[in-house]
Design a protein around this ligand. Structure first.
Ligand SMILES: *[C@@H]1O[C@H](CO)[C@@H](O)[C@H](O)[C@H]1NC(C)=O
Length: 259
């Protein structure tokens, strides 16, 4: 019985930690799109980022520029994106206090977008930035300038540039410009520190959250109660037997149990 209770606790634990690391995925993996492009948004467990399965209980939320917040019903597929209604912040949510980090998506009516990592990158990674221009004269690649926080940081004759071994100093709001074609919207590049040690790739889930305590108490309560009840029943039975043998007048019993 105690083993069953323990395994139930362990099971709940694994559910708890499994759902704690959910992230929002944009497909294709970009945060800037042209008007009338199609893209889809889903919630995935970070450990299984290759799986396209939508997590149950989690839903995609969207806040547009005018501040309006509404869910994007699964599957959150946007066909023919529109700047005013599909630009904004997207995140995954599963009730109060359970939300993923936010991804900002820009849909532009212009002719230039910047392809940059949607999720934070790790210090030391190589990051490729692509300036995409949809005018026919851009076909095959055109020179582009890349700006970080408004300052020109790179230019590339092909519209593609790779930042080797990014550091915190590379963080910022990026945009690119193709001369004569226009400027892309801005997207934030976030650089995070590498994991502290090779032995600890995932920090343990917080142990003392309220939901954790409540769930464990609710599961443990029936086992505790039944254990106490059983104990009481055994004790009263034992007492009854004792008193019946003590007060029992039979000599036969005494003879039988003495060697
Ligand atoms: C998303 O956009 C909002 C408002 O423009 C900004 O405050 C926030 O920092 C952005 N978040 C990311 C991850 O870029």
């Amino acid at each position: 019985m105690e083993a069953a209770a323990l395994s139930l606790l362990l099971l709940l634990n694994s559910v708890d930690s499994g759902s704690a690391r959910v992230s929002l995925t944009v497909s294709p993996k970009r945060s800037q799109f042209f008007k009338y492009d199609s893209f889809s948004v889903s919630c995935e467990e970070e450990e299984q980022s290759e799986e396209e399965e939508q997590l149950s209980g989690w839903r995609v939320m969207k806040r547009t520029k005018d501040g309006e917040v509404r869910p994007c019903p699964a599957p959150c597929s946007i066909t023919a994106a529109f700047p005013a209604t599909d630009s904004g912040a997207y995140w995954c949510e599963a009730g109060p206090g359970r939300a993923s980090s936010t991804v900002n998506v820009s849909v532009t009516a212009g002719s230039v977008v910047l392809e940059s990592p949607v999720r934070p990158v790790t210090e030391g990674d190589n990051v490729t930035l692509v300036c995409v221009c949809r005018l026919s004269r851009c076909r095959g690649g055109v020179p582009a300038d890349f700006y970080r926080d408004g300052l020109l940081v790179r230019n590339s004759s092909s519209g593609v540039t790779t930042v080797l071994g990014v550091s915190k100093a590379d963080e910022g709001l990026y945009r690119c410009e193709v001369s004569g074609a226009g400027v892309s919207p801005e997207s934030r590049l976030t650089v995070t520190a590498p994991p502290a040690g090779p032995a600890a790739p995932h920090p343990p889930p917080p142990l003392l959250s309220v939901s954790f305590l409540v769930r464990h108490l609710v599961v443990a309560a029936p086992y505790l109660l039944s254990t106490i009840l059983l104990g009481l029943v055994y004790r009263s039975r034992a007492r009854e037997q004792k008193s019946s043998t003590a007060t029992g007048p039979s000599n036969d019993v005494i003879m039988e149990i003495s060697p």
